[in-house]
Design a protein around this ligand. Structure first.
Ligand SMILES: CC/C=C\C=C\CC(=O)SCCNC(=O)CCNC(=O)[C@H](O)C(C)(C)COP(=O)(O)OP(=O)(O)OC[C@H]1O[C@@H](n2cnc3c(N)ncnc32)[C@H](O)[C@@H]1OP(=O)(O)O
Length: 319
């Protein structure tokens, strides 16, 4: 019953329970998804444009420019599938996330949501049935953005123009946020009459030291300009325009991609774990993590390069 009611979402749920395993992770089988230099990554999506600007780096661009990258039903499924696939792809070490067209994202696709309310929610006769439906819908959307945080590779958000509602939830789940001078951020949900539910309220207060400013931004739903976002620590760098930003993002991604994936992925998992646990639990986690990872060949290669003051980083194998 529930499956038939959630209609277009059924496919979504099924995908979640059976994550795809990348071909190349199956016993070294040669994949059709190998890179040629600057080749287009062959994952194919309707709402995302996925390319590989450099070896080991993937650029995921939200690609509904005519709708200001508003997040529709297809997007929620694709962003989840895409980041799950990237997480397991040993060819990839860093991901860049951006938006095509004149802004990063106008957030939730309001038309799409209105259709869903009319076609699904309002047809249910009872408050409990409507509530159950909405609860599972919110959980599905949350999982789409959790996928960025769970992705083993660092994700760099590159924001230009508006970043509204779901757009803020999305970048809150990223590791690093850069933006252009013309970027603005708006937690718009309060203006629409509800509280954000996809991570803004949970992640931003743990990212930004200025809790007073976070609450001001959320309660008023006002636009926060790039300089203010940097001042509060939500973004780490502001650039004059998108071209300059993307070039700097590339440099950042290349720098991270040149490092040991054992080290970088270890840092990501430990930073996320430590954010959600006590210091003592985080330290215990590191004992367990590094009692294995300190035995990696990467530690030998890295230490030798540092000791020899090598100009170039050593070659670290895929992980
Ligand atoms: C379960 C809950 C899950 C998720 C919850 C998420 C919460 C949110 O995301 S809340 C925020 C929702 N978004 C908004 O309220 C923004 C709405 N849009 C606007 O206010 C404006 O479009 C604008 C971003 C300020 C830009 O204005 P303007 O420059 O004048 O462009 P427009 O002509 O308005 O838009 C161009 C084109 O894009 C379509 N569009 C814009 N935003 C959305 C949207 N959020 N959903 C769907 N479509 C959107 C707009 O309709 C236009 O399309 P046309 O086909 O050209 O008409």
């Amino acid at each position: 019953m529930v499956a038939s009611v959630i209609c277009g979402l059924t496919r979504h749920v099924v995908t979640r329970t059976a994550p795809k395993i990348p071909v190349q992770s199956l016993a070294g089988v040669v994949s059709s998804r190998k890179f040629s230099e600057k080749a287009r990554y062959t994952m194919s999506y309707e709402t995302l444009d996925v390319t590989s600007p450099h070896e080991r780096i993937l650029h995921v661009q939200m690609n509904r420019p005519d709708k200001l990258n508003a997040m529709n039903k297809v997007f929620w499924r694709e962003i989840l599938d895409c980041f799950r696939e990237i997480s397991d792809d040993t060819d990839i070490r860093v991901v860049i996330l951006s938006g095509a067209g004149r802004m990063f994202s106008a957030g939730l696709d309001i038309g799409d949501m209105a259709d869903l309310i009319t076609s699904q929610v309002s047809k249910k006769s009872d408050v409990a049935r409507r509530a159950k439906y909405l609860q599972s819908l919110i959980a599905i959307y949350q999982e789409s953005f959790n996928a960025l945080e769970k992705c083993q590779k660092p994700v760099i958000a590159a924001v230009h123009g508006g970043c509204i509602g779901g757009g803020v939830d999305l970048i809150a789940a990223c590791d690093i946020r850069y933006c252009t001078q013309d970027a603005w951020f708006q937690v718009k949900e309060v203006d629409l009459g509800f509280a954000p539910d996809l991570g803004t309220l949970q992640r931003i207060p743990k990212t930004v030291g200025n809790n007073s400013m976070v609450r001001e931004m959320i309660y008023t739903a006002r636009k926060v300009e790039a300089g203010e976002a940097k001042g509060m620590g939500f973004v780490s760098q502001v650039f004059p325009n998108k071209e300059v930003m993307m070039s700097e993002v590339d440099k950042l991604a290349e720098s991270i991609a040149s490092k040991s994936p054992v080290a970088v992925q270890g840092c990501k998992v430990a930073l996320n774990y430590s954010r959600d646990h006590t210091i003592s639990e985080g330290l215990k986690f590191m004992q367990c993590w590094n009692m294995t990872m300190l035995q990696s060949e990467d530690v030998i290669k890295g230490s030798e390069a540092v000791a020899k003051k090598a100009e170039k980083p050593p070659h670290f194998s895929k992980l």
